[in-house]
Design a protein. Structure first.
Length: 183
C-alpha cells in the first residue's frame, strides 16, 4: 500500500509500515529523525497524491484537555487546529486513522471510534489516546502489561519534553502496521 504518515517527524509509525513492505512517506514541518522517505512541509499539499492509507498525528497543542485552562485565550488557534483536523479526516484517502489525546475534537467534530492505552501494546504507561477511524477496524490490543505509570506526564520541563510526549509508542506503531497494513 501507499501509506502517508502525517505530522510525524520521528518516523516510528512509518518505520513499522516499511518493515511490512509498504511504500511509506512520513510528513512533518520538521525534518525526520530517521532515514526514509520524508516530505518536510505542509501535509495538506500532498493529500491528493493517491494514498491508500493515512495515519495522522495532528498537533494537540490547542486541542488536548491538558491545555483546557488556556482555551479561552486561544480560540482562534483552536478553531484553526480543528479546521486542520477536519481537512485531514475529509481527505480523499480510503483508509484514515487520526490520533490525538482526549480533547475538543470529541465535542466539536465527533467522538473517537476508540481510546487506546500504551499498556495494551506492551508499554507500562498510561496515556489515553483517541483514534478516529475511516475504513479501518478498531485496533486490537496485542500485549497487555502491568505497570500503569505516568512517566511521560511526569517528565520535568525541558526543551525536549514536547518531543518526547509526541512520539508514538513502538508497540502501538507495530500493531497499526500489522493490523491496518493489509491491502
Amino acid at each position: 500500500m501507499k501509506v502517508l504518515v502525517a505530522c510525524e517527524f520521528s518516523r516510528i509509525v512509518a518505520e513499522a509500515f516499511e518493515k511490512r513492505g509498504h511504500d511509506v512517506t512520513s510528513c512533518d514541518l520538521l525534518p525526520a529523525e530517521q532515514q526514509g522517505k520524508h516530505y518536510q512541509g505542509d501535509v495538506l499539499t500532498i493529500l491528493d497524491d493517491g494514498w491508500d492509507l493515512m495515519i495522522a498525528f495532528p498537533p494537540c497543542t490547542h486541542l488536548a484537555v491538558s491545555g483546557a485552562r488556556w482555551f479561552k485565550n486561544k480560540q482562534k488557534e483552536q478553531a484553526e487546529a480543528l479546521l486542520f483536523v477536519r481537512r485531514l479526516l475529509d481527505a480523499p484517502i480510503p483508509k484514515i486513522a487520526l490520533e490525538n489525546p482526549i480533547g475538543v475534537i470529541s465535542t466539536h467534530i465527533r467522538k473517537p471510534d476508540q481510546i487506546i492505552q500504551p499498556w495494551q501494546f506492551g508499554h507500562g504507561e498510561t496515556k489515553a489516546t483517541c483514534l478516529w477511524l475511516k475504513g479501518l477496524p478498531l485496533l486490537v490490543p496485542t500485549s497487555i502489561v502491568n505497570g500503569r505509570e505516568h512517566r511521560i506526564h511526569r517528565e520535568p520541563p525541558s526543551p525536549e519534553r514536547w518531543v518526547n510526549r509526541s512520539r508514538t509508542f513502538r508497540g502501538i506503531a507495530k500493531a497499526m502496521a500489522e493490523q491496518w497494513g493489509k491491502s
